[in-house]
Design a binder for this molecule. Structure first.
Ligand code: HEM
Length: 281
């Protein structure tokens, strides 16, 4: 089975037209296998996480009972983006697996909502949030190597507590940025192929080969998002992570959880005597 479907253009050239739709099942089954393997690993094999160091008594005393994690603006962005993402996945893939309905209009409308929400998020993160808190730093790399050594049974100090985001979350974010930008950039051009409210249709904007490759990239990133969204939702509902999911609804974390998993030096939160941008943005 190939991953691309081809067609012959009126000029006798073989051009890609889109991905092979069987990839939908590959992504869904791949996502499912990840969830099952991870759940079995956590249930039967994973050891309790140990950290080195800890917050000083003075730092602990200044942490409020509820630690602000996501501002209202950040939470609204997250849920609008999530709703548009589900709408995009449903409208894109249900017709491909046999549930027919006029999906294109709903799809590009959801695509426009996702695009606007992401533009908003980029501006918000750049100018109002701690932009670097979501990208891996030197400490993350050192701790990842410590974790790996300890996992292999070698001697290594325990890793430190996390900043605002653990390395896994940062890596997930980086992957979703790439796939998200791929569907958005290709999707915006693909809107020229259909009738939308934004600009006149112009299917001659690109040649057959360029259009074909664009549809393939859109489809590949799209099926990748099936697995990525499955993994995200799985972690969101895992009992030990549920406190983080609740912070995406209510905005804050309990003090105990913050002190157990986060390092106040790497993620300083708003206290009665100080203020920090990273805490509330
Ligand atoms: C989760 C994100 C997305 C997924 C999974 C997804 C998936 C898909 C799939 C599978 C198709 C069918 C393509 C084909 O027939 O080869 C499609 C078509 C389309 N997508 Fe997306 N897409 C996503 C995001 C977007 C975004 C953000 C936009 C707009 C900004 C967009 C605009 C379009 C348009 C206009 C078409 C119709 C093209 C046509 O029928 O000629 N999509 N999408």
């Amino acid at each position: 089975m190939g991953i691309i479907e081809w067609a012959r253009s009126p000029w006798g050239q073989d051009v890609p037209i889109h991905i092979a739709w069987a990839l939908i099942y590959v992504a869904a089954i791949g996502g499912l296998i990840f969830l099952v393997v991870h759940a079995i690993y956590v249930r039967y094999f994973a050891k309790q996480e140990e950290y080195s160091g800890g917050a000083s008594a003075a730092a602990v005393a200044h942490v409020p009972d509820r630690v602000a994690r996501h501002s209202l603006a950040a939470r609204m962005f997250h849920w609008i983006m999530a709703a548009s993402m589900f709408a995009l996945l449903i409208t894109a893939f249900l017709p491909k697996v046999g549930v027919q309905f006029p999906w294109v209009t709903y799809h590009w409308i959801a695509g426009a909502v996702l695009t606007v929400s992401i533009i908003y998020h980029i501006l918000h993160a750049t100018f109002w949030m701690d932009f670097w808190s979501i990208w891996p730093d030197k400490t993350d790399m050192q701790d990842a190597s410590r974790r790996l050594k300890r996992f292999m049974g070698q001697e290594a100090p325990a890793p430190r507590r996390f900043g605002k985001y653990p390395l896994e979350n940062k890596m997930y974010h980086a992957v979703i940025v790439l796939t998200g930008l791929a569907v958005i950039l290709t999707g915006v051009f693909m809107m020229f192929r259909v009738r939308t409210a934004f600009f006149p249709r112009n299917p001659y904007l690109f040649g057959d080969m360029t259009w074909g490759l664009m549809y393939v990239l859109h489809g590949l990133a799209g099926v990748g998002l099936i697995a990525l969204v499955m993994v995200h939702v799985y972690f969101a509902v895992r009992p030990e992570k549920f406190v983080i999911t609740k912070s995406m609804v209510f905005g804050s974390l309990p003090k105990d959880y913050y002190l157990e998993h986060h390092d106040p030096e790497r993620w300083s939160v708003e206290t009665s005597s100080s203020s920090s941008r990273g805490a509330s943005a």
